[in-house]
Design a protein around this ligand. Sequence first.
Ligand code: ATP
Ligand code: MG
Length: 435
Amino acid sequence: MPEKIVAVKGMNDIAPPQSAHWEWLEDKLRALLQRYGYRNLRTPIVEHTALFVRGLGEVTDIVEKEMYSFEDRLNGEQLTLRPENTAGVVRAVLEHALLHDGPKRLYYMGPMFRHERPQRGRYRQFHQFGVEALGFVGPDVDAELIVLACDLWAELGLTGITLEINSLGQPAERLAHRAALVAYLQAHADQLDEDAKRRLHSNPLRILDSKNPALQALVNAAPRLLEHLGPQSLEHFERLRALLDANDIAYRINPRLVRGLDYYNLSVFEFVTTQLGAQGTVCAGGRYDDLFAQIGAKAAPAVGWALGMERILELLKEQGRLPELPQPDAYAVLPDAAALAQAMPVLRTLRQHGVRVHMHAASADGLGSMKSQFRKADASGARFALIFGADELQQGMVALKPLRGPRADDASAPAAQVLRALADASAWATELSRA
Ligand code: ATP
Ligand code: MG
């Protein structure tokens, strides 16, 4: 036997019944975003490698070691499976001049790829849902995006998610801070770990979000970026805070929150939970007014965030907030294959009326006995069995047998629906068997 082929490490199949939870979450996200006036943008999963190198910055974790990059064997192009989607959104917006008639509010969802060490909440193919507000200077849309995320947690019934915010100021302010930071870290060089030593000159800001416990005291006492902000940056930050206060949104200022990517400025934020172990950031984002210029176009202000779908679903599970899976309203029992020709059109009509009907279909040993079909009907969770028996068919009727009591969601009355739809199905009378 040939060797078994399995999925690539860190890349997961999403099968039923869990896939229903994904669909539910996706629907919730879409519905909320539409209420906020955001519209969907879909970009390719593969982009030119140069887009991410230029957009994310050469000395970021992603570009240095996490990207799935390859050469297209057919034409030699350097390509990358997208590790995030902000760069792709900006590329698409530029390519199609989507800002020509004013700012845009956009959202996306889909798979992202990063070669990381797979563990709980961290995968090599994972899924993000993200929003981008392009062409607005803020801080009003910065606040809008944060409020939107909070509304989402409420909508999903999630609790225990805290907001951390910070300001990264503007590049010149970061440069001044960087000099002070490097001087400070150099003065304590003996306390730095390997990672920090490596970053000291390439990306010292990232040392601030080091997770190494041995570095915490050093990092906590380091010069703060907030102290190097000029009046304009400070005003942006203060106005954002005032809008969060006006919306009753609690937050913590985390001076060490620097985000992993080079393109951020001014507002940055993360939503974190303590309920997911080490991978506690469920949503993260910030302002990136320099990305358009960095990618090589006329500057345009922008702000966005992305959430990790796997982490949100894990948290929903942890908090018992995943919905019951949808079950069929009815299961069609077919005593004889001869009934199919009459039964199938009825089932179609029912579905056209919004009824969820599951049709019993033959397996290798045929349709099976009535008894085994009823067992399947029951196991399907259906509220009713629809019995297409020979006697009923002869009279142009179908028997409807309740398999279980009314459901909690009977406000939407599957029973009434089934009956009404049956009555609408032309040429078919109905009969309710209460057996
Ligand atoms: P982390 O610090 O956890 O590595 P990050 O800063 O690299 O996160 P972002 O690039 O900001 O993450 O992505 C936004 C969100 O996407 C994260 O907050 C997280 O919820 C999710 N995410 C990022 N990387 C992964 C991954 N490898 N597997 C699953 N979810 C991820
Ligand atoms: Mg990461």
